[in-house]
Ligand binder design. Structure first.
Ligand SMILES: [Zn+2]
Length: 302
């Protein structure tokens, strides 16, 4: 369903998918995965390159699961890094709060970018022209890449087969949710034949995927604290995938070290770290995302 010049390397939730475009002039990689798995990223990309050079790395947006491995990829392949224009100031300043790094208990290796991609730019990748389209919501500076001739959309975290990247609560959250909705309507209007998402396998059932996201957005708009709780659960399962496991008894202390949890608790829940830890674990265990074994909490996928 995809041209042979496009290799989609499907990863997991900690590492965004890599999309590798081969030739005719340049070999281009979209998104580099998480920092702690950069060796795997480099191995997977090297296998597909099979001795060819990598000429450019482009990010859909600058969250740690997409750009955490940028520095490692650049070290190995020597390629310039292109980031969305809206992310450039955050990367330049290495704003670990706005980039959801320390603030959310995530990690990434600092890198320097060489150029920016603007909404409306056209990129030549894999022998096709890709239009860069603003995809605000999950990340207000995010971009999607659209090939009109083949009707292929690289959606980043704006649309997955079952969901979309979290939108943070707090000041401006209505604008962010409205932006996420309008990005989904943009995708609907494009009417892609196939979507290559930031996570999960490429898919062709686009309308139901959009409708599911829109109904989730409506639920979050109706209840900001529900959105806040959802974000904490996503951030905690992400952190567990990063570290592999955590001693259950230390979960409250862990939450205390990561600013996001205390901030959200003080704003919406007023539970304290012990009770917040208990509830987050219960919620995640009930949904099958995490489990407890020998006194340790681990992601169910492990
Ligand atoms: Zn992502």
């Amino acid at each position: 369903m995809l041209p042979t010049s496009i290799a989609v390397i499907v990863r997991d939730w900690l590492n965004a998918n890599h999309i590798l475009f081969l030739g005719p002039e340049e070999n281009v990689l979209v998104d580099a995965g998480y920092v702690t798995h950069a060796d795997t990223t480099i191995r997977l990309v090297s296998e597909r390159l099979a001795g060819r050079s990598l000429h450019r790395l482009v990010n859909t947006h600058c969250h740690s699961d997409h750009m955490g491995g940028n520095a490692a990829v650049q070290r190995v392949f020597g390629c310039p890094i292109w980031v969305p224009e809206g992310e450039a100031p955050l990367i330049e300043a290495w704003d670990t709060r706005a980039l959801w790094i320390d603030y959310a208990g995530q990690r990434a290796e600092r890198f320097r970018f060489d150029a920016v991609v603007r909404p409306g730019d056209t990129l030549a990748m894999g022998g096709y022209e890709w239009q860069s389209i603003a995809a605000p919501g999950h990340d207000m500076g995010a971009l999607m890449f659209w090939n009109e001739a083949e009707r292929i959309l690289i959606s980043g975290d704006a649309l997955w087969q079952r969901g979309f990247g979290i939108v943070l609560p707090g000041a401006g959250y209505r604008e962010r949710l409205a932006a996420a909705r309008s990005t989904l309507e943009t995708i609907r209007a494009l009417a892609p034949r196939i979507v290559i998402p930031g996570h999960g396998t490429p898919f062709t059932e686009i309308e139901p995927a959009i409708d599911l996201c829109l109904s989730r957005i409506a639920g979050f708009e109706a209840d900001e604290s529900r959105l806040a709780r959802h974000v904490l659960k996503v951030m905690l399962s992400f952190a567990l995938m990063d570290v592999g496991s955590l001693e259950a008894a230390t979960l409250p202390q862990y939450l205390e070290t990561v600013p996001l949890y205390g901030e959200y608790d003080r704003t919406w829940f007023h539970l304290g770290y012990e009770e917040l830890a208990r509830q987050l674990f219960e919620d995640l265990a009930r949904s099958g995302a995490v489990l407890k074994r020998d006194g340790r909490i681990l992601p169910a996928a492990a």
